[in-house]
Design a binder for this molecule. Structure first.
Ligand code: URA
Length: 429
């Protein structure tokens, strides 16, 4: 694309005009081939940030990013393929439980996941706390694991939506990430390219989530459901609360341990609720009509746990190996007696990050053992001086920063409130 053509598109969007599909596809294709410089793409992204994209433009952008790489065909697996994507939260280890659970119920689950950045954790960082586990698989390895275990959790390879990979990196350094059409097309281009036939989105709402408000989260969910449907992927979304951490563990190894408990039928109520709601929606989309109670039964009778071990082994990991343990631990005690009324997800996520569980830059290593355990959660009784949180780290110097993040993170009130459902609603085409 000639530089002047790109200038025309930037000007049109800057002035609030509409870009036609052919122009978007040509521009994104040229950017993926390195024929459009970052400074022009940055200007366009900022114009999009302020002016937005309508449904047709968002569809064209998504298609252009899918078409910039290969689209996997998983039609030969002999099982319905169904995936889940979460917009990310604190303590969100649902994928670790859900993928093997669905595999144990007859679906094939090709789950492409990411690494943590900032206060939200990444599924791959969690799984890599297991000795030997490999997330970087070729397309052929991904298929082999899917055939052997029924599910695979791995990184998106460089051949899937490469234009998104370049654009996402640019958005990260030009303050253009938090823009609904850009987020929706970025997420959906990878999910469409991975070849799943069904997809359930878990769009988190609240202080620990990308979208703090329900209205924005709903708009993001509706945009993604429409994009999936238009590209032939049966898609629906659940809106779920992310005001406090999901489950009790926040970190990497500690979340694997909690996932194993959940796969053995002993998970915390909120994690089980969200996992079961997503599983039921995935089964519905996949057309797997199972007797009532099968989802709970697969968690309780060891079927899902057995699939998890098979997946870990197929990806080079040792499901029997001890998980790393942090040498330094410190507790945060309740300042008064009563019931926990609020446990701030963002503060707990930031504390776990500062303890070493997350990274500040993409290249950073994470600590497998660091994290936070929520010993009391919303609605639970606590006496003054009893521990509410346990902080774990491999580097004692990190406690100070983590404790700083937790100032004001816990409210204790004299009266308890009943537990709230984490599931706010379902969005279908
Ligand atoms: N995750 C993505 O893959 N893309 C976004 O734009 C935001 C979150």
């Amino acid at each position: 694309m000639a530089p002047l053509e790109a200038v025309d598109l930037i000007r049109r969007k800057r002035d609030g005009g509409k870009l036609d599909a052919a122009a978007i596809e040509a521009l994104v294709g040229a950017y993926a081939r390195d024929e459009v410089p970052d400074y022009q793409m940055s200007a366009l992204l900022m114009a999009v940030f302020f002016r937005g994209l309508d449904a047709e433009e968002t569809r064209a952008l998504t298609k252009a990013m899918v078409d910039s790489g290969e689209r996997l065909d998983l039609g030969d697996l002999g099982r319905p393929t169904v995936d889940k994507h979460s917009t990310g939260g604190v303590g969100d280890k649902v994928s670790l439980v859900l993928a093997p659970l669905l595999a144990s119920l007859g679906a094939a689950v090709p789950q492409l996941s990411g690494r943590g950045l900032g206060h939200t954790g990444g599924t791959l960082d969690k799984l890599e706390a297991i000795k030997g586990f490999r997330s970087d698989l070729s397309a052929e390895e991904m298929r082999r694991v899917l055939r052997e275990a029924g599910c695979v959790i791995c990184a998106a390879g460089p051949s899937l939506a490469p234009a998104d990979r370049r654009l996402y990196r640019l958005r990260d350094v030009t303050a253009t990430v938090d823009c609904i059409p850009l987020i929706a097309s970025s997420i959906m281009s990878k999910k469409i390219a991975e070849g799943t036939s069904c997809l359930v989105l878990d769009v988190k709402v609240g202080r620990g989530a990308f979208m703090a408000g329900e209205e924005d989260a709903r708009r993001l969910a509706e945009t993604m459901v429409a994009l999936g449907t238009e590209h032939g992927v049966k898609t629906s979304a659940l809106l779920t609360r992310m005001d406090e951490p999901l489950g009790r563990a926040v970190g990497n190894a500690v979340e694997v341990a909690e996932s194993l408990e959940t796969l053995a039928g002993k998970g915390p109520a909120d994690l089980v609720e969200v996992t079961r709601a997503l599983a039921e929606e995935m089964l519905r989309l996949a057309g797997l009509d199972l007797p009532r109670g099968e989802v709970a039964a697969a968690l309780e009778d060891g079927r899902a746990l057995e699939r998890f071990s098979a997946m870990v082994r197929a990806q080079g990991g040792d499901p029997g190996a001890d998980l790393p343990e942090a040498p330094f631990r410190r507790e945060l005690a309740a300042g008064s007696s009563g019931y926990v009324a609020r446990l701030d997800a963002l503060a707990v996520g930031t504390a776990a990050w500062r303890l070493g569980a997350g990274r500040a830059k993409k290249e950073d290593d994470v600590s497998a053992a660091a994290g936070v355990l929520c010993l009391r959660k919303r609605g639970e009784k606590v006496e003054k001086g009893e521990p509410v949180l346990e902080l774990r780290t491999e580097d004692e110097a990190r406690f100070e920063g983590a404790l700083g993040a937790l100032a004001g993170a816990v409210d204790i009130r004299p009266d308890g409130e009943p537990a709230r459902s984490r599931v706010i609603g379902v969005i279908r085409p």
